[in-house]
Design a binder for this molecule. Sequence first.
Ligand SMILES: [Zn+2]
Length: 221
Amino acid sequence: MSNETRLREDICRFGRSLFERGLTPGSSGNISVRLDGGGWLVTPTNASLGFLDPARLSRLDEQSRLIAGDAPTKEVPLHTALYDTRGSARAIVHLHSTHSVALSMLPEIDPRAALPPMTAYYLMKCGATALVPYYRPGDPAVADAIKGLAGKYSSVLLANHGPVVAGDTLEAAVFATEELEETAKLYLLLRGMNPRYLSPEQVADLVKVFGLTLPEHGHEH
Ligand SMILES: [Zn+2]
């Protein structure tokens, strides 16, 4: 099986798994993977992640032009903005997942660290998460806002919309998106209960032992 054939099947398999667990409803959400030979595979517009066809995924060239398959998601600019600024990104997952969207609307959210350091796995898989302000669907300014983060964040939360998460493999991007969603859920469960988060010393220890690269201002408390 060629690498591209395998990636096409992986996109459909992970998409179905995310959809079936209620992590992105209807035809929301999209997935992309960077191909070794240049260009991307992206999920098509108006396609449910639960019912993707490997043969109909959008195949884009290096300039994001469609060269095969169905028309791509209108949210391609979210993906290319993150790929353009983050060279290590090989796959990107964007969902409309409930708890992450809820988190994005809370007044106290720090745009440089949308979640506090709650668990070691959140820090290890997502780093710090940037919050980008609300833009109406299709507004090209959202891509500029993502580019403005200069590739420092692998996980970005779009206000009143949902997460965009990069990984060095598709599996890593999916697992990081799930970790972000579960951590947002924990935050909402504990909101107003004065929970103990990881201390700056505990965060520094994780950074040292696991070689994490957190953005300069993420998780300084
Ligand atoms: Zn979206």
